[in-house]
Design a protein around this ligand. Sequence first.
Ligand code: ADP
Length: 331
Amino acid sequence: MMSGSEPGGAGGRPQQGAGREEFERLVSADADGIEEQRIEAALRPKKLDDFVGQERVREQLSLVLHSALRRGRTPDHVLLSGGPGLGKTTLAMIIAAELGQPLRISSGPAIERAGDLAAVLSTLAEGEVLFLDEIHGATTRAGMLPGPLRDRFGFVAHMDFYEPAELEVIVRRSAKLLDVEIADDAAAEVAGRSRGTPRIANRLLRRVRDYAEVRADGVITKESARAALALYEVDERGLDRLDRSVLESLMRKFGGGPVGLSTLAVSVGEEPETVEVVAEPFLVRQGLLARTPRGRVATAAAWAHLGLAQPPTAPLAGTLFEVDEDAGRPE
Ligand code: ADP
């Protein structure tokens, strides 16, 4: 089976350059080093039934696996796509576990050279499940799998961002595993700021837990969750300091735009790549910022979110420019 993330999916870190402290972002969807991977391993659901959300993918996969098991055959090749932190690796592990087979993990970048993949394949045992992560890294255009390769997969699924209610379940489940008490409204508070991404939900939960242990009596209440997230500068919509400074600059210094990417980047003291790759994808997804042919534009929702009055001269994204239909409307 294979998985691939879309570039800029949930806001990660740029490949190189622009190495600033911002990349230790609490709201990055990428796994943050060995320690986080270790903690994540403990939080991963082990069975398909424990995997929260992604209902259709789960049901379809369940059919594929069970019919393969019933026939005593190996299941079709599986292709999972979707942004980082949405559960692709977790599903790979579940697939192997449900089939009662060991799992081998490799990745697109690791099999880039001719012969690399052959070396992996030739050492696979019968029935062993091979998970190739970041398979888009082995293709010519990032994020694009050539048709003939795609066609090899009998099962193709796209993992979407999670609904707040699903993330809430994940937060409560993780809290139980971390042995920390969390109030339901506190779980909702964490879920709502997690950018639709389980990895971020789990990370915010750990920070909130730390706060509750040190400043409160260890129980995560709505108040302590809010205070912790305010301390870490993650707001109600999951925007962090970088996201907000981009929006604020766009509005305060450029009247809401349109303004070019490099000008905007200079105004927040960042590299253009950082603004474009790290901050913008989520802002666009949230309908707070629009990328237009003439430059970046703050939407009405952005003015409302930062509590700023939209001046009459501000461009109305969604009417003057080709943008998302909903981009200009507050939620
Ligand atoms: P990906 O491979 O897509 O980057 P992972 O599978 O590594 O994402 O998931 C990141 C973290 O989020 C893991 O700790 C995992 O336990 C958690 N997670 C992801 N999806 C779910 C889910 N559906 N239910 C519960 N936890 C999840």
